[in-house]
Design a protein. Structure first.
Ligand code: NAI
Ligand code: 15L
Length: 269
């Protein structure tokens, strides 16, 4: 596949969308933006709900690829997750299929496998084919998205890289994040690799920086050409001084998904 040039970025008004709007143009992409909310500083952005199939068809027409970030990004009642994340992702894939878009980068999440026990000292890294263990309806919707992506590859030849994002923020803010953090710059590197690698079919990758305290295996991401440059360890001394190390007796610290397994943060935040 030739390097994608015009890319639809859904969820452009959100936290990650805003970071990617700043970083991806340097890779040569022309971004078309979409969100249900107005996108600050971008009057040309398409304001549309993922439920609006006609708007989605117009939005995807002529793009080389899609980065799909839009949706509910925390736990919510099932009916809301169903509409925004499950049906919404289906509508986007249908629009992409109808308009002949070749590739989607899907923002999956660590919460698709959130009930996976967190590795302790000496344990192997979590492999990318670890069984799905969603920790919330939110995580369940990401698990659905990965299966939808597999279906559209097998049935329609529409390629997807499903990126199980750990925590992508300018800095890690918790000790757990030291293990799953992805710097925004590494996220842009990973999305670029996902957009340009040859023959990805449906590939699932873990999305993190090259953290000293990494919990999961990055090899399928590296196989796409991703070379993370950042490491959360530079934040470790301050975070552990403030919060302490992870506690084996604390249920919030028992799983990859952390507090999403015990007391998930709820939408809207
Ligand atoms: P966010 O909540 O800041 O942004 C999500 C955006 O989607 C918002 O701008 C919202 O208006 C839009 N949206 C919600 N429902 C919509 C609908 N029905 N139609 C159109 N737009 C809609 O979330 P954030 O942090 O930017 O995350 C982006 C994506 O990455 C989400 O899918 C999230 O699940 C995923 N993700 C993010 C992680 C992170 O660390 N930021 C970690 C793992 C996954
Ligand atoms: C996610 O999937 C959420 O969208 C994001 O808000 C973070 O909480 C992240 O996971 C995380 O696990 O830190």
């Amino acid at each position: 596949m030739p390097a994608a040039r015009t890319v639809l970025l859904t969820g452009a008004a959100g936290g990650l969308g805003t970071l990617m709007r700043g970083l991806l143009p340097a890779y040569g992409y022309e971004l078309r933006l979409l969100d249900i909310a107005p996108v600050e500083g971008a009057p040309d952005a398409i304001v549309a709900d993922l439920a609006d199939r006609d708007a989605l068809r117009d939005a995807v027409r002529g793009v080389d690829a899609i980065i799909h970030l839009a949706g509910i990004s925390l736990e919510a009642p099932f009916e809301k997750i169903l509409r925004a994340n499950i049906e919404g992702t289906y509508h986007l894939y249908e629009a992409a299929r109808e308009e002949g878009v070749r590739r989607i980068v899907f923002a999956s999440s660590n919460h698709a496998v959130g009930f996976t026990p967190r590795p302790r000292a000496g344990d192997p890294l979590i492999p990318v084919d670890t069984p799905r263990r969603p920790d919330t309806f939110y995580g369940l919707s990401k698990s659905f998205g990965e299966d939808l992506a597999q279906l559209y590859w097998d049935r329609h030849g529409l390629e997807t890289v499903s990126v199980r994002i750990g925590s992508c923020y300018p800095e890690p803010t918790t000790v757990r994040m030291l293990s799953v953090w992805m710097s925004p710059e590494d996220c842009a590197r990973l999305f670029h690799a996902a957009l340009t690698a040859e023959g990805v079919g449906h590939t699932v990758v873990h999305g993190s920086s090259a953290n000293t305290r990494l919990w999961w295996d990055l090899s399928s991401a590296r196989a796409l050409g991703y070379e993370p440059q950042d490491d959360s360890e530079e934040y470790a001394a301050k975070l552990t001084a403030d919060q302490g190390e992870l506690d084996d007796a604390n249920p919030d610290h028992a799983h990859l998904g952390g507090h999403f397994c015990t007391n998930p943060p709820r939408w809207p935040h």
